[in-house]
Design a protein around this ligand. Structure first.
Ligand SMILES: [Mn+2]
Length: 273
């Protein structure tokens, strides 16, 4: 088993000196279709070992500049406390899910430290239901719960329930949703965010052709370059204070999706730095 994100030696992964803190949270209870997201965090960490450490675009070895610490596996019920500690020490939490229902916990912690917070939410699903299959804490209610904490801008949406659509219309949240894989107008999306941004990234925002490893895949998703370009601009213009990556349900013997998410996280670290 790979010991931490990027399989780093102590010098670059100590909790004291590292600027990034990777927090695995393999929470899975309300998944509705494909299962296995509890194996997501370890699959991302395992894949990260094989990343090229030199960033070909930024021309540096990101982890050598900032350090990346990985915590022990954290329960959903401990997430707020864990994230608060990281955020208060001016470090950047990167939470690995697990299902999307963990995100509101992380956002609660972020809002407590950064009052000017907004969330950039990547997802195939609007996740705006107030209640789903009897639960307010369902993965299908993640954006609705985050909205109760701070403004949310959603990107890549191509699945919204009737109730979610009605709510979005009435609350004017609809103006902050980018639907489908229409041309991403990055500037429009960034203009709707406050200056301090948390990224909540459901991996099913990607097209299932490149991201089949997820519980509720939806056709018509975004591709690597669209996501990377938006993240790059986001980090240039805003202060990104943390992120989560959720709903990866690894498929055994299919390494590419796990590797893609590991690389996405490492790229994001480089852009933030
Ligand atoms: Mn989703």
């Amino acid at each position: 088993m790979v010991r931490n994100f990027l399989d780093l030696e102590k010098k670059f992964s100590s909790p004291k000196t590292s600027q990034f803190v990777v927090i695995p949270c393999p929470h899975e209870t309300t998944v509705s279709y494909g299962k296995g997201t509890k194996y997501g965090p370890q699959a991302i960490i395992d894949a990260s070992k094989y990343l090229e450490e030199f960033d070909e675009e930024l021309h540096h070895v990101t982890y050598k500049k900032v350090g990346v610490h990985t915590t022990k596996t954290t329960k959903k019920s401990e997430l707020i406390k864990t994230c608060l500690k990281v955020l208060k020490s001016k470090k950047i939490p990167i939470v690995l899910g697990g299902e999307h229902s963990i995100s509101p916990e992380v956002v609660k912690a972020a809002k407590a430290v950064y009052p000017d917070l907004s969330v950039l939410h990547f997802d195939a699903h609007a996740d705006l239901d107030d209640i789903y299959e009897g639960s307010k804490q369902s993965h299908a209610c993640a954006a609705r719960r985050m909205l109760e904490i701070c403004p949310v801008v959603s990107v890549g949406i191509r699945n919204i329930s009737e109730a979610g659509y009605k709510f979005a219309k009435e609350s004017k949240q609809i103006e902050k949703i980018h639907f489908g894989n229409n041309l991403l107008r990055d500037e429009d999306i960034l203009a709707k965010l406050s200056n301090t941004v948390f990224i909540s990234f459901d991996v099913d925002v990607f097209d299932p052709s490149i991201m089949p490893s997820t519980g509720t895949p939806e056709p018509g998703g975004l591709l690597w370059k669209q996501i990377i370009n938006l993240l790059k601009k986001l980090c240039k213009e805003k202060k990104v204070i943390g992120a989560d990556f959720v709903e990866l349900a690894p498929i055994e013997s299919l390494a590419a999706p796990d590797f893609m998410i590991a690389k996405l996280i490492y790229k994001l670290m480089g852009y933030i730095l």
